[in-house]
Design a protein around this ligand. Structure first.
Ligand code: CA2
Length: 152
């Protein structure tokens, strides 16, 4: 069974650690990715992380994921969360289960952040727990892939 988890980070998340620490914390994206890679390794899963500021580039990654053997996706669509039918369609087409993660509690912020184009088709949604949210999402993905191994 597939043991690859793809972590997708949307626009502006490359700025993590450099601005708006009160909202997004001090951790950098490189630190988050390194921690996930190590955690995945310890669990026998390869974690591949990717960030883009461009909607179409993220969509291309999702299209390629099935052929690349990705069994689970963790995605923080960032600003696209609230706008992107196209990213939603790509995830539906790929048919790969995914967890939606947000560093901040989007429900405690502006009303336009309360709506997500992803939450109703996600396996689960983690908001407001900072970088730990990615760890919890990875733990879920590992458990789900292990269950799939057993039933395969
Ligand atoms: O809380 C999250 O993870 C968000 O997905 C972050 C998005 C925002 O549009 C969503 O509503 C919630 C924004 C990402 C911007 O990241 C920055 C990081 C550091 C400094 C500036 C922006």
């Amino acid at each position: 069974m597939t043991r690859i988890v793809l972590v997708l980070h949307g626009p502006n998340l490359n700025l993590l650690g450099s601005r708006e620490p009160a909202t997004y914390g001090n951790i950098t994206l490189a630190q988050i990715n390194a921690e996930l890679a190590t955690r995945g390794e310890q669990s026998g899963v390869e974690v591949v992380s990717f960030q883009s500021n461009h909607e179409g580039v993220l969509i291309d990654q999702i299209h390629a994921a099935g052929a690349a053997g990705v069994g689970y996706i963790i995605i923080n669509p960032a600003g696209f969360t609230h706008t992107s039918v196209a990213l939603r369609d790509a995830l539906l087409a790929a048919g790969i289960p995914f967890v939606e993660v947000h560093l901040s509690n989007t429900h405690a912020r502006e009303p336009f952040r309360h709506r997500s184009y992803f939450s109703d088709i996600a396996s689960g949604v983690i908001v407001g727990l900072g970088a730990a949210g990615y760890r919890y999402a990875l733990d879920h993905a590992v458990a789900a892939l292990s269950r799939a191994d057993v039933t395969a």
